[in-house]
Design a binder for this molecule. Sequence first.
Ligand code: NAD
Length: 380
Amino acid sequence: MRTFQGYRVLHSNILGPGKGGIRYHPDVDRHEVMSLAALMTWKCALVNLPYGGAKGGVACNTKELSEGELRRITRRFVVELGDDIGPHTDIPAPDMYTNELTMAWVYDTYQALHPGENNRAVVTGKPIELGGSLGRREATARGCLFVVQRFLERMQIGALPSLDGARVVVQGFGNVGAISAQLFREVGARIVGVSDSTGGIVDDQVLDIEAVLAHKAAHGTVVGTPGTRTVSNEDLLSTQCDILIPAALGAAINAGNADLIRTKLVVEAANEPVTPEAEEILEAKGIYVLPDILVNSGGVSVSYFEWVQNLANERWELSRVNLQLSGMMSAAVDRVVDRWQELNRSAMQDSSEPVNFRTAALVSAIDLVARVTLQRGVWP
Ligand code: NAD
């Protein structure tokens, strides 16, 4: 018998029921979950989803737990949450070190407590057979690709007209990182470095991503992939590249290493990977940062498609999912870039500080939540 500490935070339900992942990691605590729940509020608002923000987590180390133990932790967590989650109250999804199997257990436990109802919409990121959406597994990475493509169409970033031939480094080789590496490669980018929790690998020419995936599948690490050079995670981050994609933990780029970053654009595929201090340092070096609430919103967008399909007992074609995702991501980038231009025009007029893309994205999201709050009024 062991006790694990679990958390679920509903930050806002102004735009709709809460939505946010469940994370299993030893560092999970109340403050992290609160902060990530707030981030979900702004992310859902930025992409115009009918959701508020939420987040959950259990402080545990999945690498030391068996599948049976993880299943029992998940079931106990869902029982303790009771009706704090539900298809119209708060809808969890996967996050770090949870996956579609974890979501299957969430569904199954909730279903056992609410028999005789269509409960599929209580959780997203489920296996396809259990009502998961086609394209959900790749959604965050595909959304990240769509965001960067649209952003480069709209903004001239240091002789980088498109992803074709762009040198890209990816930190983290899980769901978001590994699939981003594959998708960016498919559109012509050159992936020159990747890493996971065990270390990094680089190839100054281009990495063979299929070989890295095969090595990771066989040995549980990217390190040692034949023909690559092993580097520390710190060295990976300072590898010269056009685009750096942190897709692992929060605070990966911080005041201690921001000065070493040599890239044109940092794409926040992970949540909160660049600390505020680091962002200031990057800005002073002329490096743009595309914020997490924009870059990784593809995940929650396809979660939304899954939820809509579940409520209607429908199954959409993959082409429909990806087309709708592409439209949503482009619209979100346009909202951010338009707002950025508008805010910077006014900043120039009254000689105030220029505004970055994170501020523009947050202003856009907070503006929507504020308007709806006023429309609804405060009651009781
Ligand atoms: P994951 O568990 O599939 O993968 C995490 C990866 O990070 C693993 O490869 C792990 O080895 C690596 N990693 C851990 N510590 C590291 C370190 N110190 N240095 C380098 N690599 C390290 O998780 P994921 O779903 O890919 O999520 C990654 C990030 O993206 C998280 O911040 C998560 O909140 C965010 N995110 C995920 C989704 C999603 O749909 N999966 C959606 C939005 C945001």
